[in-house]
Design a protein. Structure first.
Length: 369
């Protein structure tokens, strides 16, 4: 068994330079500023030294930094961590207790490992809110293979339990990653069969191509960066399950995904009917880049003609639920009476999800015969 050596903590060079800067600055201030000013600036400099050195020591990038999901089907912001961070004080061994991702006495990480929409945050054992979606750089992959004991033609119950598209059968792929330059302290990764069945991973998702990943196994000669959701597979080990993306460390990440949005369309987008009759059009909202929420819809009628009696327009339902990367529909109904003025009208349907609003138009011609 490899001996786990303890490396003494040393003050980062940057902190040493900050200490020198503080001392020099204070000496200068003694000759040019009041004691109140000296005290205030000293506090500021000490705060910079303390928090700045802490950040440098960890080497992590905050959620507000440049990190983003490489998989277009994941809309959480990853936390940059190491395998040691995930395993916690038990490193290089596997233990639930003490890890920042421990949720209670029996579980850790996300609640359900096969989830197609895992939570972006969890509350750990100490009450701290952390991101279970992580990015780990500079690791090597070994023991990666098809998990023949985890194959199915059906989604798991948590994801609906229906058949996979095309009645296909999918198997989970799994392996281990280890930090380059080390010989112990592994983290299990699993490309889940439900993610393959849903099309969230596989050959059509370059950032999560499970077939190409087979070629990147090594004994430490190939460095890869990975992303995934932390999960405790009790009582055995920590995993990235679902595993969501990977790239060679020497390659740039894929471009950032477009911001969440939705599109709005009408079918048909033109109607012609005689006075006294009515017509309908189907309004379809389509989620883009994972936008989800409740959409509020409304309709209005306008015309450049001289109108005495207007047709009426309404949408039903006027509120629909849009799921991430899904669609929702509503029906636009346009009615006229025998007194409606013949002419050309534009019916505008507006939909709002959160702070985003889009509109689409239907051209309506009302004729006498």
């Amino acid at each position: 068994m490899n001996e786990c050596k303890h490396t003494p903590h040393t003050r980062p060079p940057t902190l040493g330079r900050l200490s020198v800067a503080i001392t020099t600055t204070l000496k200068w201030l003694q000759n040019s500023a009041s004691r109140t000013t000296i005290f205030f600036i000293a506090i500021v400099l000490l705060a910079v030294a303390t928090f700045g050195s802490s950040s440098l020591g960890r080497g992590n990038v905050s959620a507000s930094g440049s990190l983003y999901s490489w998989n277009p089907n994941v809309h959480c912001v990853p936390d940059l961590v190491t395998i040691r961070d995930v395993l916690g004080p038990a490193y290089p061994h596997q233990n639930l207790n003490g890890s920042r991702y421990q949720v209670n006495s029996t579980s850790g990480g996300i609640p359900l490992e096969r989830s197609l929409s895992p939570p972006c945050t969890i509350t750990n054992m100490t009450g701290q809110v952390v991101s279970p979606f992580v990015q780990i750089n500079g690791v090597s992959l070994y023991g990666y293979a098809v998990k023949t004991t985890d194959c199915s033609a059906w989604y798991s119950k948590q994801n609906g339990g229906q058949r996979y598209p095309g009645n296909q059968t999918y198997c989970t792929d799994g392996g281990q990653i280890i930090t380059l330059g080390t010989t112990s302290g592994y983290l299990r990764i699993e490309v889940d069969r439900d993610w393959l069945g849903k099309g969230y991973c596989g050959p059509n998702v370059p950032s999560c191509d499970n077939a190409t990943l087979f070629q990147e196994q090594s004994n430490g000669t190939i460095s890869i960066d990975v992303q995934g959701f932390v999960f405790w597979e009790g009582p055995w080990h920590w995993e990235l399950h679902p595993f969501t993306a990977w790239k060679l460390s020497s390659s740039p990440p894929p471009p950032p995904p477009s911001p969440p949005d939705f599109s709005l369309g009408a079918s048909p987008n033109s109607l012609t009917f005689v006075i006294g009759s009515s017509g309908t059009s189907t309004i379809t909202l389509t989620s883009i880049s994972g936008l989800a929420g409740t959409a509020s819809l409304s309709a209005s009628v306008s015309s450049s003609d001289l109108i005495l009696i207007w047709p009426t327009a309404s949408v039903s339902p006027s509120s629909v639920t849009l799921t991430a990367n899904g669609t929702a529909t509503s029906t636009l109904s346009i009615s006229t009476s025998l007194l409606t003025t013949p002419g050309t009208y534009t019916v505008t349907v507006s939909a709002t999800v959160g702070s985003i609003t889009h509109s689409t138009s239907v051209l309506v011609k009302v004729v006498i015969v």
